[in-house]
Design a protein. Structure first.
Length: 156
């Protein structure tokens, strides 16, 4: 595995935490771009997605062909009190989860990257594919977060 992907994965958590700098509660809960999630909802979504991602990667590393169950992000947003959770804590969860998993990922032999699980919606997914999907997922959402900051008049 190319170490730059692992580096991007690990650095994403720090970037997420830093993206919240200078935002107050009203900024976090605002909808500066119509039809999208608030910064609050976006960050809590990233926390939930990260916990799923880390679980999937660990199970692919440790188990033989584990089942990787999909989840409905909109139902999570609707039912899991996203507006009550702490975004700084959520960003810290993402940062620490990525930091700790990166330690494991850097020690894996090349053969580990072709290990796979069976996703309930996507089918076979290798460890390399899961890492890439979730690295890109956080980076894509960071772009949305930066757009929201700009719309709020608080660009980074």
């Amino acid at each position: 595995m190319n170490t730059s992907m692992i580096d991007r994965f690990e650095q994403g958590g720090t970037k997420l935490r830093e993206s919240l700098r200078g935002l107050v509660d009203s900024d976090l809960k605002a909808f500066p771009v119509p039809g999208t999630w608030s910064v609050q909802q976006l960050v809590i979504h990233l926390q939930d997605a990260e916990l799923v991602a880390v679980d999937r990667m660990k199970r692919v590393i440790a188990e033989e062909k584990p089942l990787l169950v999909g989840f409905d992000e909109n139902k999570f947003t609707e039912k899991l009190e996203y507006n009550r959770q702490n975004v700084v804590d959520a960003a810290t969860v993402v940062e620490l989860a990525r930091k700790n998993l990166a330690i494991v990922l850097r020690t894996l032999p090349e053969t580990a990257w072709s290990r796979f699980g069976i996703h309930t919606e996507r089918g076979k997914m290798t460890l390399a594919e899961i890492l890439e999907v979730y690295t890109n997922h956080l980076e894509r959402h960071l772009k949305f977060l930066y757009e929201k900051r700009t719309a709020l008049g608080k660009p980074l």
